[in-house]
Design a protein around this ligand. Structure first.
Ligand SMILES: O=c1ccn([C@@H]2O[C@H](COP(=O)(O)O)[C@@H](O)[C@H]2O)c(=O)[nH]1
Length: 280
């Protein structure tokens, strides 16, 4: 297998070609029901196939939420494997939202699951939790670097509960989140056009000017749509770092299915709003 270009470079090209929007694939039971599907593996399979067929050739990044596939056991994971492969075959990048994080030795196994090229769940990037200590992620950082993959590290999550941990102030006066951002800036130092080690920073969080978001890496911004943020909020939340933001929408797009044209129109509306916000 030929080596992949680094994830950051592939992401920048994809954002330039298709726009920065990331569509999340979150097959909630309520969405399956709203689409007239059963809450079973057949419903999951139909839902996922519809999203892939409608959007894979036009959206830059997809973020399947692993939890909604894992809840159906091995057959659900098989649906996820197929979706990841089909999305990548269609030229989209896949960020697998599995939020893994563990002691280093176990982290090696997680990294091999998602970032080793011959793994059935090989993805372009993986979401990871640094809350066992940033250093515990080293096996994933190393494998990602070797294989042209990326990581998105939870820094400032979109949910209100995250602040209790992420905004806690350390002995050196920095918040935990600021420390994670600094680690990522160090990983990405000197990379061009964009580093491969990104942060998850919620679009719901309002003014973040007290944080240095200039990590020379991508900022995955969930929280748009169902959680209340809009693309118009992005410049105020991210400031100059908005150029590196990958705005992520799941239910906000998916609720328009199962009609493929309606899914495409919803994704296009979000893409237009992101473009308008960037130009504002
Ligand atoms: O801080 C975070 C990190 C991850 N997520 C995930 O993104 C989607 C959001 O779905 P919506 O339907 O667009 O609300 C979901 O998979 C979350 O697990 C997040 O929301 N916030």
């Amino acid at each position: 297998m030929s080596p992949l270009e680094p994830f950051g470079a592939r992401l920048r090209h994809a954002m330039d070609a298709r726009g920065p929007l990331c569509v999340g694939i979150d097959p909630h039971d309520s969405l399956l029901s709203a689409w007239g599907l059963h809450d079973d593996v057949q419903g999951l399979e139909r839902f996922t196939r519809t999203v892939v067929d409608a959007l894979a050739d036009r959206v830059a990044v997809f973020k399947p939420q692993s939890a909604f596939f894992e809840r159906f056991g091995s057959r659900g994971v098989a649906v996820l494997e197929r979706a990841v492969a089909d999305l990548r075959d269609a030229g989209a990048l896949v960020v697998l939202d599995a939020k893994r994080g563990d002691i280093g030795s176990t982290m090696t196994a997680y990294a091999e699951t998602f970032l080793r090229k011959d793994s059935p769940l090989f993805a372009d990037a993986l979401t990871v939790s640094p809350y066992l200590g940033y250093g515990s992620l080293k096996p994933a950082v190393d494998l990602a670097r070797d294989n042209g993959c990326g990581l998105f590290v939870l820094a400032l999550t979109s949910n209100p509960e995250g602040a209790e941990v992420q905004r806690a102030v350390r002995e050196d006066g920095r918040t935990v989140a600021a420390t994670m951002l600094a680690h990522l800036a160090a990983e990405n130092a000197g990379e061009a056009p964009l580093g491969s080690f990104g942060a998850v920073v919620g679009a719901t969080l309002g003014d973040l000017s007290s944080y240095d978001l200039d990590i020379n890496g991508p900022l995955l911004a969930p929280g748009i749509g169902a959680q209340g943020a809009t693309p118009a909020d992005l410049p105020a939340v991210f400031g100059a770092a908005v150029r590196n933001v990958v705005p992520s929408v799941s239910r906000g797009v998916l609720r328009h299915g199962p009609d493929a044209a309606a899914l495409r129109a919803a994704a296009e509306r979000y893409a237009d709003e992101v473009r308008a916000a960037a130009g504002a």
